[in-house]
Design a protein around this ligand. Sequence first.
Ligand code: ADP
Length: 529
Amino acid sequence: MAKDEPPGASLKPLVFRVDETTPEVVQSVLLERGWSKFDQHERNVEDWNLYWRTSSFRMAEHANVKPWQCLNHHPGTTRLTRKDLLAKHLQHMGRLYGTPLYAFLPATFVMPSDYSKFVAQYFKEKQALDAKLSYWICKPAELSRGRGIIIFSDIKNLIFADTCIIQKYICNPLLVGRYKCDLRVYVCVTGFKPLTIYIYQEGLVRFATEKFDLGDLGNSYAHLTNSSINRSGASYEKIKEVVGSGCKWTLSRFFSYLRSWDVDDLLLWQKINRVVILTVLAIAPSVPFAANCFELFGFDILIDDNLKPWLLEVNYSPGLSLDCSADVSVKRRLIHDTIELIHLHSLRNERKESCGAADGSPGVSLAGKDRGQGSNLPYESFSQLRSRRAFSKDETPVKKVVTTCPENRHTCQPREALSRQKEVHPSAREPPKAKPKARARHPALNTLIPCVSLIQPRGREKGLSLHIQPDSSWVPGPQAGNFVLIFPFNEATFGASRNGLNVRRIIQELQKLMHKQCSQVAEKKIKRK
Ligand code: ADP
């Protein structure tokens, strides 16, 4: 028996707790990993390790969490996930650190307080555009799944009741075939103090099921990409140009499609990473501290035909229902990897301060268990992950996890990933409308998902092991399954996020990084000429 485990702990399975809102896939993945479901009649009330539910936890529940327990929500995160609060926080950051940095949020007005500002802007644009129309979207602040949304160009068509936001409608989306799409990017914040952000290197792309048409703003099937809407559309099952049937792709399939058009997918992914970091930074200083919890967010990102990513919203408890093959291949793995990630963090915390059930409590420490359970599990344990880093056999191209470090070229990753930062072909600036070429430019690289970690590959030779620094502070593991650490991304941001968050310093580092990435792109353009 391990010295730091309570008596009997090694015999106990890990226990998860659910309520009626817990997604089915979470329960089935945990059972598959050898966990047991909490039964209040059979167990002590505190005898569980992970409580996963859709709604938030009360502050009292956070305060009473035991060292061996973990909650799947962090307090204060609705500041990002309510559309009006998101806009307020990002606009505030824009005022503090420069509007261009936060220009990834379409111009947004919170109703009713910003009504006169909106009207002024509306008429200003109307005058500037002369006969051309300007387009707006009105979204209820607290609803989801496309409910209550209207798109309009004439203010006469604007109706709103409750709190909502009016946002500039991105009317030049990147189209696939002739269909609009947006990306669902999964992000796991394993802690706000210190701030630790992981991005998931696979995700979903959600399509509208009718062709994009600015002449028909009332057609939700052409303008909204929510699958809850498009699943019920007449064209859902039809084989649509390029998109095929249904309304979802995996992110890797989408990136592979972009590569076939010579789009610099790596650069696009770097931009998305920055959007995520800047967004989370907006609330990080103000969320209350809470131990033993994490938040899995769903970022909705729309790419326009200039390959600029726009943040549409951040979802709390992103949908985990398995409605199609893309869902199955992404979401099951996502949950497995989330469990791996929180396991990594509890290991880290347990080493940091000897916690767990050493007080003779009934709990089993999460850190000491779920090592893939050593059984016939289809997914790797942490220790297995150290040696194997390539996987996936879904309908998408096989992908390898690539960890590159734009800050530091002596990285651990396949070197070709850096050389893949190629110039955007002018034709890629147009939304691809016709059939893509049969093969990508760089067939050898087709299998690489364009994901880049911004982290220094410190101590990488130890794989996922945790690295102690000279100053004895722990550095989070750079990777867990398909999750890659994107914050902190270098020594300076690591320092600036410990003992309080120095947002200004972090923003300076991000700007340096953006500069570097821009000059790399410019250099490549020159070399090509
Ligand atoms: P919900 O929470 O109801 O899903 P979203 O903000 O995600 O609200 O919007 C729903 C859909 O509407 C998005 O998936 C996207 O297709 C479209 N949409 C939302 N905002 C914009 C925008 N500013 N420009 C273009 N399309 C948008």
